[in-house]
Design a protein around this ligand. Structure first.
Ligand SMILES: [Zn+2]
Length: 480
């Protein structure tokens, strides 16, 4: 009896629209929650004169950019359900953005999209062929590589992409898929035991009422450093090929969110062959980056073409700020030398405050997708399991952290690294090893600890996620 859903919808649209639904969640329930999605991409390539000299990030000091091979982007996907706060997921071609810059982006997005209060996730792809936005790779040791005008430019552009994605939201259908052919592991070289990868590709596609792609979001884990330490041309590395290939084959905006890239997940040292010729690609080449990006894109595209549709009717976002003591002497010195240029503050006790969070999408009461948001480079055994006790470990009796993906309940489980901060490597405490003897009785120190805040990073981050992911534990920030 009475009004049809369509009629009710029209009456509400004529009135206060979303505001009414937000004020009366019951009304949203009567109408059936409408799932909406929007996407946008904005170029964040530095201008070599205006932002120069551009110090390239990720390897040694004083690698000055001499040109641009391909544009850097911020690509954002906005999602919402009637009556709840939207969530925006941005993948940014950057080595890493500290949480203070992320907060600036969030403030700017909220200003531009008032009265909505979107929750914004900014995940750097960890591009090693992009400008130094963290200050660690300047002209010499002890001198910052940050160009403040470029960091400001990135903040403004990422905010613009997020606000554009929000503005373009329209009714959407969600499709999910995942794939893990063994060839994905061959694109990754791991030079520290245990040899573990979190190499499955998890894909989310949003289509409009006509079946056109709004966006395709891909989550995979590998360092974008294929070009190596000698390249001086700005490039997004393999994510450039991954995203452009997906945008060509599926249309819409392709958002890439990197995963558990620590310990070490790298194309350097991986033998990547051309599937047509069987020939290996040369190291440090654009050709190798192209083979990796296109292969991952093809696997993602064919998975999502056969993906599962979900009638998403609930989105939750939760975030908690935690403190981690900075035990790393190099990081302490970097802060003293003002390398971070105010983008990374420490507490009075010498700790860093960093966000840990998750996004959860449900349909009809069933959890379809969970996205763990981790503020740095997680060792993959902390994502998928497989922590080892080796002779030589500094904390041999330390409890093993539970694997984050095993704490989730959804069928589709993403883990996003460098989400809303970049604190460096997050190493299982039981594998922490600064003092000799070294793991597996190695004569040389393993690489990792030098780029980690300290042994407390993993236990504190995983424990925060464990608490938040417990069913019913999170006071989720949505309006239902
Ligand atoms: Zn790294």
């Amino acid at each position: 009896m009475g009004l049809s859903t369509a009629k009710l919808r029209r009456i509400i649209a004529a009135g206060a629209g979303l505001c009414l639904c937000a004020a009366f969640p019951l009304l949203a329930q009567v109408l059936g929650a409408e799932f909406r999605a929007g996407a946008a991409r904005v170029v964040i390539t530095p201008e070599l004169n205006r932002h120069g000299p551009v110090y390239m990030a990720g390897f040694g000091n004083n690698r000055v950019a001499t040109g641009v091979h391909d544009d850097l982007y911020s690509r954002c996907l906005a999602l919402s359900v009637t009556g709840s706060q939207p969530v925006v997921l941005c993948g940014v071609d950057s080595i890493g953005l500290f949480t203070d810059d992320v907060e600036r982006i969030r403030t700017e997005v909220r200003k531009r999209s008032a009265p909505r209060e979107p929750n914004v996730v900014v995940a750097s792809t960890h591009d090693h062929e992009a400008p130094d936005t963290m200050g660690l790779w300047g002209p010499a040791q002890g001198r910052s590589g940050i160009n403040e005008a470029y960091n400001e430019f990135v903040v403004e552009r990422v905010a613009r992409a997020a606000a554009d994605a929000l503005r373009h939201m329209k009714p959407a259908t969600l499709t999910l898929a995942q794939a893990h052919p063994s060839e994905l592991d061959l694109l990754i070289h791991d030079d520290r035991p245990p040899e573990t990868h979190d190499a499955g590709v998890i894909v989310m596609r949003l289509t409009d009422r006509h079946g056109n792609t709004i966006a395709t979001l891909v989550n995979w884990a590998n360092h974008p450093e294929t070009l190596g330490s000698k390249n001086t041309l700005i490039t997004a590395d393999y994510p450039h090929y991954l995203c452009t290939q997906l945008e060509q084959s599926l249309d819409g905006v392709a958002v890439f969110l990197n995963g558990a890239v620590g310990g070490m997940q790298s194309p350097l040292g991986a033998e990547v062959t051309n599937p047509l010729t069987g020939k290996p690609s040369p190291d440090n080449s654009f050709y190798k980056a192209e083979l990796i990006g296109r292969r991952v894109a093809d696997i993602a595209a064919s998975a999502i073409r056969n993906g599962e549709k979900a009638k998403a009717d609930r989105i939750e976002f939760h975030e908690q700020k935690i403190e981690i003591p900075i035990a790393n002497k190099g990081f302490q010195l970097a802060a003293q030398a003002d390398l971070y240029k105010g983008c990374k503050k420490t507490t009075a006790t010498g700790a860093t405050t960093t966000p840990v969070g998750f996004v959860r999408i449900s349909a009809g009461g069933s959890v379809e997708l969970e996205i763990a948001l981790v503020p740095g480079e997680l060792y993959p055994e902390l994502s998928v399991g497989g922590i080892q006790r080796y002779p030589g470990a500094d904390f041999p009796d330390s409890p093993m952290e539970p694997a984050i993906k095993k704490l989730m309940s959804a069928q589709y489980r993403m883990l996003v690294g460098l989400a809303d901060d970049e604190i460096g490597y997050i190493i299982p405490k039981a594998e922490w090893d600064e003092k000799p003897p070294y793991l597996q009785n190695a004569t040389k120190e393993w690489y990792g600890e030098v780029n980690s805040v300290g042994p407390e990073a993993a236990p504190r981050i995983v424990s925060a996620l464990e608490q938040m992911l417990k069913p019913g534990a999170a006071p989720a920030k949505d309006a239902h």
